[in-house]
Write a protein that binds this ligand. Structure first.
Ligand code: NAD
Length: 484
């Protein structure tokens, strides 16, 4: 007898229990070899005073089984409740979010009948690291973190996913024409890793025009990999234009753990009426079956589901006179899918799955960063001063030149304002004052920077933060100032 894989299941809130029961019914009908540990998450847990929405004992279950099938939850209104999704993503180190966005024309209405795109979104870094500051009354900042290791992991994941699923092309979306260092690294790593996959076509798009193309001609894309923020936005756009927000599932994958869910919420107004469509969660569960090395069962479930959709047996949300043949509730839909286990679709393309772990390159292995020559060449000092006169700020800062350091340029909101300010440049109350060696291209010492800051403080200048300026192998590890 084959061994069952333990999985943790949470039925969630709203329509959650109904769609989870339907999903589990279909999985078991297809012979899924799973041992279910049920935990409670969401509204009831929050309202018991647990701000995370999940008990410690439930977390222990997740850490034990390493596989989480999660129904949507309702986050209660009012402040103080932490997002359960963010908590689990961070707790379990789920670095990859994978969302297939597929059109099922003509059975589900869509403007893009040929669409079959998988969005692979980096899930931990970027502006979502949540490192934000306000240091002056006017200006707020958020730090965008892109690491080489994090990028390598997500890019390898995207290429391995493409290979495993017989996909032909991986596209990278980023914006390295503007964010040359952060998105530049993402693009560079994509190019470097891409070389290891000669069998897969590669292309890179600047995210704005790439997004426009995706919305207009999604058939042109296959797998798309992108940093967190673009991925968050575009995975919703892609699901929506596929015509199938209610049908999309998603996988969140980490080094050790993984979580599978529907992309929609708990739809409280539809709860307890046997109305909800369980398809999104079911397709999330299909990804789970592949992940736990049951690709045979995954294909059985997915093909039975495709056949059901093709037979026109539809829940209210996708029911359409003339296309659908029968309007059914959640339970009846699950029965219809279970009854079709073993059947393939006749019009839609049947799916087949390869086992997950048989990867040629291990997605989780990242190359060691080679040590580079790293030279300290200056410092940006952020000064708090009323908006307005750049000459005043420039002259004030020039007064602290000395000990081999000189003010080279002042910028506000990223734009150069001193020397030679343009009359119409708008400034904020935060001024970035860049000090470099007074000798061309010379390396400076931390002691020189400290004595500069001492002079700044002694002059009564209000400085908030500083950023060291480094060259890596002679190339600046900091952006040039716009207008410089
Ligand atoms: P929602 O996705 O729950 O519902 C949006 C609309 O889609 C509603 O009209 C709903 O009736 C319909 N819908 C959604 N899923 C459906 C399904 N399976 N079958 C049929 N119809 C479906 O979004 P919302 O109303 O903005 O949010 C409701 C709650 O869900 C909120 O508390 C929100 O915080 C939560 N939420 C949870 C998750 C999650 O747990 N992953 C994700 C998003 C929203």
């Amino acid at each position: 007898m084959s061994v069952k894989t333990p999985i943790t299941v949470a039925k969630g809130d709203g329509i959650g229990p109904e769609i989870m029961n339907a999903t589990l019914h279909i999985l078991l009908a297809a012979g899924a070899r799973v041992d279910i540990e049920e935990i409670e998450i969401g509204e009831k847990v929050y309202l018991r005073g647990n701000s995370a929405g999940i008990e410690k004992s439930s977390i222990e279950s997740l850490l034990r089984t390493k596989v989480f099938l999660k129904a949507p939850i309702t986050t209660p209104q009012g402040g103080g409740f932490k997002s359960l999704n963010v908590t689990t993503r961070k707790l379990l180190g789920l670095y990859a979010n994978v969302r297939p966005c597929v059109a099922y024309a003509p059975y589900v209405k869509t403007k893009h009948p040929g669409m079959d795109v998988v969005i692979v979104r980096e899930n931990e870094e970027d502006l979502y690291a949540g490192v934000e500051y306000q240091q002056t009354p006017d200006e707020t900042t958020s730090i965008k973190i892109i690491t080489r290791a994090g990028t390598e992991r997500i890019v390898r994941y995207a290429f391995d996913y493409a290979r495993r699923n017989n996909r032909k092309k991986v596209t990278c979306f980023m914006k390295d024409n503007i964010m040359k260092i952060t998105d530049g690294l993402f693009h560079k790593v994509f190019d470097e890793i891409g070389v290891l996959y000669p069998d897969i076509e590669k292309e890179a798009w600047i995210v704005d025009i790439g997004a426009a193309k995706l919305a207009d001609t999604p058939e042109a894309f296959d797998v798309i990999v992108m940093p967190n923020l673009y991925g968050d936005i575009l995975s919703d756009v892609a699901a929506q234009i596929a015509g199938s927000v209610g049908l999309a599932g998603s996988a969140n994958i980490g080094l050790k753990y993984a979580m599978f869910e529907a992309i929609h919420g708990s739809a409280p107004r539809r709860a307890n009426q046997n109305l909800a469509n369980p398809s999104g969660l079911l397709l999330g569960a299909v990804m789970m079956l592949v992940h736990i090395d049951q690709p045979d069962v995954a294909a059985l479930v997915h093909n039975a589901w495709l056949r059901t959709i093709e037979d026109g047996i539809h829940t209210y949300d996708i029911f359409k006179e003339g296309i659908s043949t029968q309007k059914v509730g959640t339970k009846e839909f699950a029965e219809a899918v279970a009854a079709r286990v073993g059947k393939n679709p006749e019009k839609l393309k049947p799916v087949s799955y390869n086992a997950a772990p048989k990867q040629t390159v291990d997605s989780h292995t990242v190359a060691e960063v080679s040590t580079k020559q790293r030279d300290l060449v200056g410092i940006d000092v952020f000064v708090y001063h009323e908006p307005g006169d750049p000459n005043k700020v420039g002259r004030m800062l020039e007064a602290v030149n000395g000990d081999g350091l000189k003010l080279s340029v002042v910028s506000s909101r990223g734009v150069k304002v001193y020397p030679d300010p343009l009359p119409d440049t708008i400034t904020s109350d935060s001024w970035r004052c860049r000090f470099i060696s007074s000798t061309d291209n010379a390396v400076v010492t931390p002691q020189q920077l400290l004595s500069l800051l001492n002079r700044v403080a002694a002059a009564g200048i209000a400085w908030g933060k500083t950023e060291h300026l480094y060259n890596f192998d002679g190339k600046p590890g900091f952006s040039a100032i716009q207008g410089q």
